[in-house]
Design a protein. Structure first.
Length: 326
């Protein structure tokens, strides 16, 4: 089941409830400061008060949710029999990835969230309180760098927008620890920047060497075929609410979140189609699409005269898994 990139109704209602009497101007200023720190790789360390946590949630939750939802959709598509019952959300913040996982996998019954930021964990628990799925989630204090030893294994482990907050040595340790905790699958999501891509590549290489299989986005375990200055990333469009627009100081009613992810599994996927690496170019004579295939990157051209293949290729979107016509 593919899930939408928009916040679920229960989460939206919980956030709206928190917004009552909250100054939008104040939230906008706080979220601007937090976003600047976030882009510089500073993480959630600047979030110290309830107002900071709420401003952060308003500014970042919709986009983070959209990226996680797209990544989990890609995993479900390649591993349709995956039905995790337990989840570990590493660096959970306000709980965004847990909400997305609850939507993506109705089989999930047990949610463990881990984060060192007590302010964000309080907000996460308050938002989860009225959820039909997350009300009994466990929130453990601890940083993503060193606290995983005490945590039980989970069928699915997710780390969204967290590894960039660590130095390279700690990133390697965290990757190893998360893989040890992942009974069936691990999904790691980072900003869709060259630096985010480099971090995902390093983790991918490290865990393939440890026995992991790549479910998505790559259709293989070989080294990434892209060459500098190209990098793999995807984009998810999401609508902006009025509050979201005010806080972002934005006019446009939508936002495009650029992200990169890797979904790793313990068992090899049955089949891995090609992946669309950029928006396809639909010309009058043919559709040209850049695809990552088992044999590397290919520029596939689908002529209009091949009606069936052309009709199929017209539906291709950036990030899709597709069967390329040979």
């Amino acid at each position: 089941m593919m899930i939408a990139p928009t916040l679920p109704a229960e989460l939206k209602a919980a956030l709206d409830g928190k917004l009552q009497g909250f100054s939008r101007t104040d939230a906008a200023q706080r979220s601007q400061k937090i976003s600047t720190t976030y882009r510089a790789g500073g993480g959630s360390g600047t979030i110290k008060s309830e107002a900071d946590a709420l401003a952060y949630a308003l500014a970042r939750m919709p986009a983070t949710y959209a990226a996680v939802a797209a990544s989990l959709n890609a995993l479900s598509e390649i591993a349709p029999s995956l039905a995790p019952e337990t989840l570990l959300d590493v660096g959970a913040g306000p709980g965004t990835a847990s909400w997305a996982a609850a939507e993506a996998f109705p089989s999930l019954q047990d949610f463990t969230l881990l984060d060192a930021n007590a302010t964000l964990s309080r907000l996460a628990l308050e938002l989860a309180r009225d959820s039909s799925r997350l009300a009994d989630c466990r929130y453990l204090p601890g940083d993503a760098g060193g606290n995983l030893t005490e945590v039980s294994q989970a069928d699915l482990v997710i780390a969204s927008y967290i590894i960039g907050e660590l130095n390279e040595g700690d990133q390697r340790k965290l990757a190893e620890a998360m893989w040890a905790k992942a009974r069936h699958a691990l999904v790691v999501i980072e900003p869709g920047t060259p630096a985010g891509y480099a971090r995902i590549l390093a983790l991918r290489q490290q865990l393939i060497a440890a026995g992991a299989y790549v479910a998505a986005p790559c259709p293989h375990e070989k080294p990434c075929p892209l060459t500098a200055a190209d990098w793999c990333h995807f984009s998810q469009r999401l609508p902006r609410s009025q509050a979201h627009r005010q806080i972002k100081g934005a006019e446009v009613p939508f936002e495009d979140e650029r992200f990169i992810y890797v979904a790793l599994t313990r068992t090899p996927p049955a089949a891995r189609p090609a992946r669309v690496l950029a928006p396809p170019d639909a010309g009058k004579v043919e559709i040209t699409a850049k695809l990552c295939t088992e044999d590397g990157v290919e520029l596939t051209k689908v002529p209009r005269r091949d009606k069936a293949a052309y009709a199929s290729a017209r539906r291709w979107r950036w990030g899709d898994a597709v069967i390329a016509e040979s």
